[in-house]
Design a protein around this ligand. Structure first.
Ligand code: FHN
Length: 416
């Protein structure tokens, strides 16, 4: 089957928007101890089922979350339709282990409709791991992986049946909710740990799942966590957490980060990142040609914790004034930023993100004579280009003079 879209066509919005929201939401929020709680605390199925029984997203307001993402400047939003614990946030016919069965809600539909209403791109996270399914073979990442009778348990499990189950679930998500812009499949790690192997691309029939994605959602970006062999990974899938180049081309990449060091809701966690740190992470990511997918973990009742919402709103206040340095921007390949400065470029405009505000003078080596005009993004006011900066006096006359070719700018005493 020929691909109807080129990688460039499929990924144009992703490469432009740069900034997305990740939402980790599921039964683990009731535990309030992050999304791997079943594994880390080796919680048995019956005990863990209590969390599903008491999972009531009565305050989950997808539209409010979509508006928060929009206010923060996050232009795509990825919701965990199913995380590793296997609980489904959509009205699936494959299992009763879903919020549709327990609460009569289809949170994926609410998510999709809210994003479209706010003009945001639709992303779904789908866990390839599924700790709830009786045919999913127990590997190093499974809560039962420490059982002495693992081999006997696995002898009763049929991954062929699990693959059919998983494929049907993914088909439901790709056919029942209109256009999906981004699928975040997660994760493939075949290495042996604690004496047990992980899962490989073959365990998922990754090539078959990718072919189904292309058939059902031709425009959808799919990440690289199916574990596909390199010859099946196309640039828009190759999403390492750091920039790499394939055949001389910097491939699409996305840094997944959290507001507070936790994916799922973590009640005792106070490790919140400051808005300034998040802005710096975003700018650094854009300066390297990538995207930042920043996660929030709603509470068990479905609300984004107020502290985290406030942080995102503060980031949004920065974005409103500086979005031109992010959206449609990318690396400034032709200029090397001095320490404490990050460059992004959009068209013929270079954006210098000053991380530590200097006392009066900003020196930008190698840029003398290349700036027709300079201004602050925050208030739009002119920044004076020091007349002498084209040919600064030779350093032997003034040892503190900047090296020749340095663009010298006089900044206001404090950041407006
Ligand atoms: O195991 C998951 C984890 O819970 C979380 O969903 C992250 C998000 O990128 N992905 C896996 C770990 O890499």
């Amino acid at each position: 089957m020929t691909d109807p879209l080129t990688s460039a066509e499929r990924t144009a919005w992703f490469r432009h928007d740069h900034f997305g929201m990740f939402i980790h939401y599921g039964t683990y929020a009731v535990a309030g101890r992050q999304e791997w709680v079943k594994y880390f605390e080796r919680i048995d199925d019956d005990t863990y089922r209590r969390y599903a029984d008491h999972f009531d997203p009565d305050l989950y307001d997808a539209r409010a979350i979509a508006r928060l993402a929009k206010e923060a400047g996050q232009r795509y939003v990825v919701l965990t339709a199913k995380h590793h614990e296997g609980f489904c946030l959509w009205d699936t016919a494959t299992t009763d282990y879903s919020v549709a069965s327990t609460r009569g809600r289809d949170l994926v539909r609410e998510h999709v409709e809210a994003l479209r209403a706010e003009g945001l791109r639709v992303g779904l996270y789908f866990s390839l791991l599924d700790w709830s399914h009786p045919d999913y073979t127990i590997d190093w990442s499974h809560p039962l992986g420490n059982r002495p009778d693992v081999d006997e348990l696995n002898a009763t499990r049929d991954m062929g049946r699990f693959r059919a189950y998983m494929r049907e679930q993914l088909r439901e998500l790709l056919t029942g909710y209109g256009r999906i812009d981004y699928l975040f499949a997660d994760f493939t790690q075949p290495a042996v740990r604690d004496g047990l192997p992980g899962k490989s691309a073959e365990d998922w029939d990754a090539a078959g799942l990718l072919a189904m994605c292309r058939e059902l959602q031709p425009a959808m970006i799919v990440n690289d966590r199916f574990g596909l062999p390199a010859d099946l990974v196309t640039p828009e899938q190759y999403q390492p957490v750091r920039p790499v180049e394939v055949d001389g081309e910097r491939v699409l990449w996305e840094a997944c980060q959290t507001v507070n060091g936790a994916w799922g809701y973590d009640r005792g966690n106070v490790d919140d990142k400051s808005p300034e740190l998040i802005v710096r992470m975003l700018v650094e990511t854009v300066s390297l040609g990538g995207n930042l997918l920043l996660n929030v973990g709603p509470t068990a009742r479905g609300e984004v914790p107020e502290r985290h919402a406030d942080i995102l709103r503060e980031v949004g206040r920065w974005m409103r004034r500086h979005q031109d340095a992010v959206y449609g921007a990318g690396p400034a390949e032709d200029a090397e930023a001095p320490s404490g400065v990050i460059y992004t470029r959009r068209g013929d405009t270079l954006y210098a993100h000053v991380l530590a505000w200097p006392f009066k003078t900003l020196y930008l080596p190698g840029l003398a004579g290349r700036a027709a005009f300079a201004r602050l993004l925050s208030d739009g006011t002119e920044i004076v280009i020091d007349a002498g900066s084209e040919e600064p006096e030779e350093s032997h006359l003034n040892p503190s003079a900047p090296p020749p070719g340095t663009l010298t700018l006089t900044l206001p005493t404090c950041r407006p």
